[in-house]
Design a protein around this ligand. Structure first.
Ligand code: SAJ
Length: 418
């Protein structure tokens, strides 16, 4: 089959490379000329395990090429971003709309169009179908299915291959065509449904996770007041066969969990717990600031060092990172903020070497759970700091070791230190 895939980003590029290395001819398109040029040279713009090798194999096989224009194909896959309109708290579907506008002049009878991007319920039927019908064809003359991606950044390729997939078409034929297409590389199970259900399911999954994390964050704040250790308590609660509380932290980042719940709430007047969870998670950087404030209370012109600005451990992705809100709040408080992150190369604030980031600092605030932070020797850092305070929002440091190095340690969700 010839596939034309629109949007060579975090999801589109690995998807294109997987189809190309599984026997399909793939034309990957992106509106950004630089993206197209670098991808054709085999260079990826973000770190993702196995992606460079997969892209290289796809290019060498001559089954993959990238360009800026859409062209005729048997299958069109839309994998463009669906950002949040932050003011309106609703999905900005401009990229989806414009992708559909680019497809319809090339759309022929019996073609299949697949939407991978996460969208509010009803988007396939209400937005995509009318635009695609500008081709002169009627829905049914062409097929259309929603196959929401479910892969987790940092393990995208593995999960794209091994996770189960939900596929929902506008009719049985669309669903089956999409199912048969994805069977070339997906080893997980397929669950077949209609477009609306597929759209809804994808949003439910990320909303479920957001609410669970909000609950963990609320437990953490209650535990701080009660004087218990939330991390131990969650571990024990999770011994129950039907309980699985996620971990508290400095807030929820990334392009999915921090955003998708709003795609559900924009469609209804009945959302309460979904928006409340968002509010709790969005409030966490402020809660962390309150802990830091207590640590640096009597210090004049405090200097705070942030460990980690990626939205989660082991990735270089800073989209929607709670670190940014924390840094801005701390700056508003009058603190000087220095940043260290072993993964991130570009950020709104300068990323310093470890030694420079901790030099003359009054408090380290660990935001991201990068595994490298565990290996940092507190003794070495201790000598460079002006005051020895550390706030660990992920409960990942060896507290005893840091205390031996004379640090005053605070862990989110605990009050039992000092
Ligand atoms: N986080 C916590 N506590 C936890 C787990 C995560 O605070 O116990 C935080 C992380 O630090 C991060 C944020 O939540 O800031 C989100 O991270 P994540 O690893 O939970 O999820 P994402 O955004 O990287 O990927 C999610 C995944 N969805 C689910 O697990 C339901 C992935 O499978 C989806 O494909 C992806 O969203 C997406 O594209 O929708």
């Amino acid at each position: 089959m010839k596939i034309c895939l629109l949007g060579l980003g975090y999801i589109g590029l690995p998807t294109a490379a997987l189809f190309a290395t599984h026997g399909h001819e793939v034309v990957g398109t992106d509106i950004n000329k630089n993206v197209v040029e670098t991808i054709n040279k085999g260079i990826t713009r973000f770190d993702e395990p196995e992606l460079s090798e997969l892209l290289e194999t796809a290019i060498v096989s001559e089954n993959f090429r990238a360009k800026t224009e859409v062209e005729e194909a048997d299958v069109f896959i839309i994998a463009v971003p669906t950002p949040l309109d932050k003011e309106m708290k609703m999905a900005d579907l401009e990229y989806v709309r414009s992708a559909a506008e680019m497809i319809y002049p090339h759309l022929r009878k019996n073609n299949l169009v697949i939407l991978e991007s996460t969208v509010p319920p009803g988007t396939c039927d209400k937005l995509l179908v009318p635009i695609l019908e500008n081709s002169g064809l009627k829905a049914g003359d062409f097929s259309l299915a929603h196959c929401p991606e479910r892969a987790i950044p940092g393990n995208t390729i593995y999960e794209m291959v091994h996770n189960d997939r939900i596929i929902g078409g506008i009719n049985k034929e669309s669903t089956e065509l999409a199912h048969s297409l994805y069977s070339c590389f997906v080893k997980g199970n397929f669950y077949l449904t209609n477009t609306l259900t597929a759209e809804f399911v994808k949003l439910m999954e990320n909303t479920f996770r957001d609410i669970n994390i909000a609950l963990a964050n609320e437990f953490a704040q209650i535990a701080e007041e009660c004087g218990t250790n939330v991390w131990d308590a969650i571990e024990l609660a999770n011994k129950h066969p039907r309980v699985n509380v996620l971990k508290p932290g400095p807030g929820v980042g990334g392009h999915c969990i921090a955003i998708d719940p709003w795609f559900l709430t924009e469609n209804t007047t009945r959302c309460r717990i979904v928006s409340l969870a968002r509010e709790i998670n969005e409030g966490m950087p402020n809660h962390v600031l309150q802990i830091v404030k207590r640590q640096v209370d009597d210090i004049k012109d405090p200097v705070v060092t942030v460990f980690g600005v990626a939205y989660k451990g082991g990735v270089d992705d800073t989209r929607e990172t709670p670190a940014l809100k924390f840094i801005k709040l701390a700056a508003n408080e009058g603190y000087t903020v220095k940043v260290y992150d072993p993964y991130v190369k570009e950020f709104e604030y300068e990323i310093l070497r470890l030694e420079d980031a901790v030099k003359d600092s009054d408090c380290i605030v660990l935001i991201t759970d990068h595994p490298e932070f565990k290996a940092i020797d507190p003794e070495k850092i201790s000598a460079l700091m002006r005051n020895k305070n550390v706030v660990d929002t992920r409960n990942m440091l060896d507290t005893e070791r840091w205390k031996e190095a004379e640090f005053s340690v605070k862990v989110l969700g605990m009050t039992d230190y000092e």
